[in-house]
Write a protein that binds this ligand. Structure first.
Ligand code: CTP
Length: 423
């Protein structure tokens, strides 16, 4: 008799489709079986080009299912597998299977099974970066999400053919954790910010010089949007104060459009007065033209002298008006002495966390889809997050925020003997 595991009694259909990452499905399968699940493998014809059905059958709880018509175990495999499942996980999921599932096309046993189930479905995409970022794929993913399909996002790393980028299948351990979470809590991501109000600023501010010209910076807003998306996915009620015109992340309904540092200050101070967590991911101008011209300056009048005055430091203001139990997070874009400069900002602005990045490094910071950061807290050793998709960095930032709030709650409980209360 094998020892019971956390998934004992659970019937999990593992769909494997035709991508180079199919070999990692074997590791997902092994881990699910080790955790006690009854794993029913379904391979597409494409998957069989990458890994052997014999390997999968040998490791799974029953022989692999591959065909719609010639399965001797049941006359109706296309409905039997989906109906009997507690959960279906597709790893790797190619762009083709994602599109078919979104359209409701039943082209083979796996797509039939996906349509003939009421069980939760976890989809783990893996494909080349260009395909993953194609608007058609992005649209299919967002439609699947709105239908309640759980997406385990791909990471950044080596892809087939030696390319490097976003689209690499999530790690088998992370896929199996998502399966556990969906079965236990109905969600692939922990809902550890439920009931928490979070405000996030994103993008670079623009300070007018005259009626048409501005002083701007290179911030794309992508990291701030990723943080807002992750906070919303984890149950927070999010206000996003933004200078950029990106689509609102799913689950974020309250987007406040701003342009200047002063507008951002007003929006963030108002939002933070209601929020449990305030995150300044925006690149705010430190100076603005003192007297912007209301009409366009003319070239014939010669080069203008633009007198600058400092803007308000929003994060420092948020620090001085921080309420007990409120968590304040800043970002620091540095080119030199990263840790020392970020530490100074952490102390000076009374932050609970600072996310520091060396914007001179390859693939880091403004305009990139990837980032590498150091997370610094007043009471803990710095934690380095290696080059990863901005969504993965956002996950690490939110993990740190949850950890900070939980440790504050624990202190509250020991000092007051009562349940924590965040005003
Ligand atoms: N910030 C802010 N208001 C400003 C300037 C910056 O709230 N007027 C916030 C940014 O959103 C970020 C953090 O402060 O979270 C960055 O710290 P800061 O010391 O302002 O960084 P720099 O402007 O890069 O400062 P320095 O020139 O000293 O590096």
């Amino acid at each position: 008799m094998t020892e019971p595991g956390p998934l004992t009694g659970r019937r999990v259909v593992l769909g494997i489709t035709g991508g180079i990452a199919a070999y990692k499905a074997v590791e997902v399968l092994r881990r699910l079986v080790d955790d006690g699940a009854h794993v029913v493998p379904v391979m597409t014809a494409g998957a069989e080009r990458f890994i052997g059905a014999t390997t999968v059958s040998a490791l799974a709880s029953e022989p692999v299912h591959t065909r719609l018509w010639d399965d001797p175990s049941t006359p109706i495999p296309h409905t039997a597998l989906g109906q009997g499942a507690d959960l279906i996980v597709v790893a790797p999921a190619t762009a083709r299977v994602i599109a078919a599932y979104r359209m409701g096309l039943s082209t083979d046993l796996l797509t039939n099974t996906l349509l003939a189930t009421r069980a939760p479905v976890v989809v783990c995409p893996a494909m080349h970066t260009e395909m993953w970022e194609h608007p058609a794929v992005a649209d299919n993913i967002s439609v699947l999400r709105t239908r309640g399909v759980h997406i385990v996002e791909p990471g950044v790393g080596r892809l087939a053919g030696g390319d490097v980028g976003a689209g690499r299948l999530a790690e088998p351990a992370d896929i199996v954790s998502a399966v556990h979470r969906v079965l236990d809590h109905g969600s692939a991501v922990p809902r550890d910010l439920l009931g928490t109000r979070v405000c996030v600023s994103a993008g670079g501010t623009r300070e007018p010089i005259d009626a048409v010209r501005v002083i701007a910076n290179r911030s794309s807003g992508k990291q701030g949007y990723a943080v807002a998306a992750e906070a919303a996915a984890r149950g927070a009620q999010v206000t996003l104060v933004s200078t950029v015109d990106l689509p609102a992340p799913s689950g974020v309904v309250d987007v406040v459009a701003v342009e200047t540092a002063e507008q951002m200050r007003a929006a963030m101070m108002a939002a933070a007065a209601q929020a449990d967590v305030a995150i300044m991911a925006a690149a705010v101008a430190d100076f603005r033209p003192v007297a912007p011209s209301s009409s366009k300056l003319k070239k014939r009048d010669g080069a203008p002298t633009i007198e600058l005055v400092p803007t308000a430091d929003i994060l420092a203001e948020l620090g001085s008006s921080k309420r007990p139990g409120q968590t304040l997070v800043g970002f620091a874009a540095e080119t030199d002495d990263l840790v020392a400069n970020a530490q100074d900002k952490l102390d000076r602005k009374q932050l609970d966390l600072i996310v520091a990045n060396d914007v001179s490094a390859d693939g880091v910071g403004f305009a990139h889809d990837t980032n590498a950061v150091t997370l610094m807290r007043p009471d803990a050793e710095p934690v380095e997050i290696d080059l990863a998709a901005k969504r993965d960095v956002a996950r690490a930032v939110i993990d740190a925020i949850v950890d900070i709030r939980q440790s504050h709650d624990a202190v509250d409980r020991t000092t007051t003997g009562s349940r924590p209360h965040h005003s």
